[in-house]
Design a protein around this ligand. Structure first.
Ligand SMILES: Nc1ncnc2c1ncn2[C@@H]1O[C@H](COP(=O)(O)OS(=O)(=O)O)[C@@H](OP(=O)(O)O)[C@H]1O
Length: 284
């Protein structure tokens, strides 16, 4: 509590309350008002950390995997709430678990827990996302000394795109979004452009603030381009923070020919997704 009180009062929120003025009862763990549901490798960590710059946002640092993993879901809503950070009334709790987007039961479970929860979906060129997804799996397998197959062997079968490759299925955004839209109205799902967030985070954060009905507190001064990292990093109260090395890894190789086949395969699914969200993206 002391930690929350001091962080709340020393933060940039402009709050004039002193630790002694915050009653114990006001500080508690609350269910998320907003959840970043995906996409895996879309920039979910960057979005969460950037939203956390806002003084009225508190985030769950770890991925909670409540709505997608049965063993966690069985633990119940009180367990889920207990994973959340301490907040004051008026603050918004945000968690991110990219696995929610593609989990068949996640939309119904989330709707039952809180039908008013705001959803954030950060998307990225699904072909690039697939390569990033493969690169992450490859990295994990190498670390565990497990065998691995080159990407092209998983992606192509007799020279054609293999539709059962899991990382490809995760890139069929329209397919997964359709399940969310069966329950949640379109206005309750905010789409963040992952490529735009990389190029220039501030405008995407402004849009997210508006969606979350938060006063504008994040500023361009909260970001600076780190040439060593090759990405924007965060600046707040004199602290400088870049995402760790698992973000922005060099991608595993894939021939241009195979990549173009993937792009061609994704053209139609992408168009369906654009129609669904009423927005187009400059994807391959
Ligand atoms: N500012 C900043 N710094 C570092 N990385 C950034 C940033 N903004 C977006 N990204 C992109 O985030 C990609 C990882 O996405 P996720 O955090 O969603 O990955 S994960 O699903 O949680 O593993 C990661 O993808 P890869 O480049 O493929 O590793 C990054 O491109």
């Amino acid at each position: 509590l002391q930690e929350l009180r001091s962080s709340t009062t020393s933060g940039s929120s402009g709050s004039s309350a002193t630790p002694a003025q915050i009653p114990d009862a006001a500080v508690s763990r609350r269910l998320p008002g907003a959840i970043i549901i995906g996409v895996r490798k879309g920039g979910t960590r960057a979005l969460l950390e950037m939203l956390n710059l806002h003084p009225e946002v508190e985030v769950a640092k770890a991925e909670i995997h409540y709505f997608n993993l049965d063993e966690n879901f069985r633990r119940g809503l009180d367990w889920y709430r207990a994973q959340m950070p301490l907040t004051l009334p008026g603050q918004v709790t945000v968690e991110k678990t990219p696995g929610y987007f593609t989990a068949p039961l996640a939309p119904t479970r989330m709707w039952s827990a809180n039908p008013a929860v705001k959803l954030l979906l950060i998307v990225r060129d699904p072909a690039e996302r697939l390569v990033s997804d493969y690169t992450q799996v490859l990295h994990n397998r190498l670390q565990q000394n497990k065998p691995y197959q080159p990407l092209v062997e998983l992606l192509l079968h007799r020279g054609r795109i293999n539709p059962s490759y899991k990382a490809l299925q995760r890139s069929l955004y329209h397919h997964h979004l359709a399940r969310w839209l069966e329950l949640f109205p379109r206005e309750q799902i905010h789409i963040v452009d992952g490529e735009a967030l990389i190029q220039d985070p501030f405008p995407e954060l402004q849009k997210a603030e508006r969606f979350l009905e938060l006063p504008p507190r994040i500023t361009p001064e909260n970001f600076y381009f780190n040439t060593t990292k090759g990405f924007y990093c965060l600046l707040t109260a004199g602290h400088d923070k870049c995402l760790d090395d698992s973000k922005g890894r060099p991608h595993a190789p894939l021939s241009n020919k195979a990549f173009q086949k993937l792009c061609k395969y994704l053209r139609e699914p992408n168009q369906i997704f654009f129609n669904m969200v009423g927005q187009t993206f400059d994807w391959c």
